[in-house]
Design a protein around this ligand. Structure first.
Ligand SMILES: CCCCCCCC/C=C\CCCCCCCC(=O)N[C@@H](CO)[C@H](O)/C=C/CCCCCCCCCCCCC
Ligand SMILES: [Ca+2]
Ligand SMILES: [Zn+2]
Length: 256
């Protein structure tokens, strides 16, 4: 019986052929593309509670575990990859889920912390039951984020916010299409010798997160620091074809 650490002991094997480019890295392109999330994760900051620094370590770990998983395709690698995403989402929800959408029985963010913590611990235990289903469950969380975004956009007239949300959704739609293609249509991609859609997913979901983070900060500032006026900007400028989105804050007007 293979150890849970041994190569190819995971329940899933992505479409890319194993050990083609390297004798020690099972899926070379998937491993390299997963390293993209190790780079700068945080857009220029907004300050205070809205900073995304709480996400730096979880995102870094998610990147490292994803690389380890694709390098070994081990059972432990798969669980570390999935659980690190689950806990990163849990941290993000705990800090930035808008209070306006808390369930009725939850009165404070402290209580919401507990709710998120207990739900995440239970989900962690359940993830050992059928690990193949974990990734599908995690992808469903993106649909909840889409639902929240839609609700927020209905209340917001700022064209820049609508534009950033549209770009985020576009990258996410391309990402999830690549993920599903790799899972379900592998026979086709192997027939044409192009089994790289999971690598595309890694790049596209990272791009989607790059647009998601400023949006989360924007809405958080609107709720938590109403005297500040957040503005979405692009570095180096709006007109460049390749840009990094970020948030600026206009100082509150001094009252006499
Ligand atoms: C108020 C809430 C704010 C939420 C902010 C979002 C915080 C980011 C949280 C998690 C980062 C996810 C990083 C993705 C890592 C992917 C690793 C990977 O490729 N794993 C695969 C195997 O190698 C595995 O099969 C994939 C599993 C599915 C992961 C689904 C992640 C959903 C993340 C949602 C991203 C939101 C983007 C915008 C959506 C409209
Ligand atoms: Ca493979
Ligand atoms: Zn992956």
């Amino acid at each position: 019986m293979p150890s849970i650490f041994s190569y190819e002991s995971a329940e899933v094997d992505w479409c890319e052929s194993n050990f083609v480019r390297s004798a020690v890295i099972a899926e070379y392109y998937n491993t390299v593309s997963a390293s993209g999330r190790l780079g700068p994760q945080e857009p220029p900051r907004a300050g205070g509670r809205t900073e995304l620094c709480h996400l730096k370590v979880p995102l870094l770990l998610a990147g490292l575990f994803s690389m380890y998983f694709h390098m070994t395709l081990s059972y432990v690698g798969q669980l570390l990859d999935e659980l690190s995403i689950l806990w990163t989402l849990a941290v993000a929800y705990s800090f930035w889920y808008p209070q306006a959408y808390f369930p009725k029985c939850i009165k404070t963010r402290r209580h919401f912390f507990w709710l998120t913590g207990i739900t995440t611990v239970i989900s962690t235990l359940m993830s050992f039951v059928k690990p193949t289903l974990n990734a599908y469950a995690l992808n469903c969380i993106a649909f909840h984020l889409l639902y929240l975004t839609r609700k927020e956009l209905k209340k917001c007239n700022d064209k820049r916010v609508h534009r950033m949300a549209a770009v985020m959704v576009m990258w996410w739609a391309l990402a999830i299409t690549s993920w599903i293609s790799d899972r379900w249509l592998c026979w086709l991609w192997q027939a044409i010798n192009f089994p790289y859609f999971h690598s595309f997913w890694h790049v596209l979901i990272a791009l989607s997160l790059l647009y998601c983070c400023p949006l989360v900060i924007y809405f958080d500032v609107s709720y938590e620091m109403p005297s500040f006026k957040p503005k979405l900007e692009y570095w180096p400028s709006d007109s460049w074809p390749v840009v990094v989105p970020y948030v600026t804050l206009e100082e509150p007007h001094k009252q006499c």
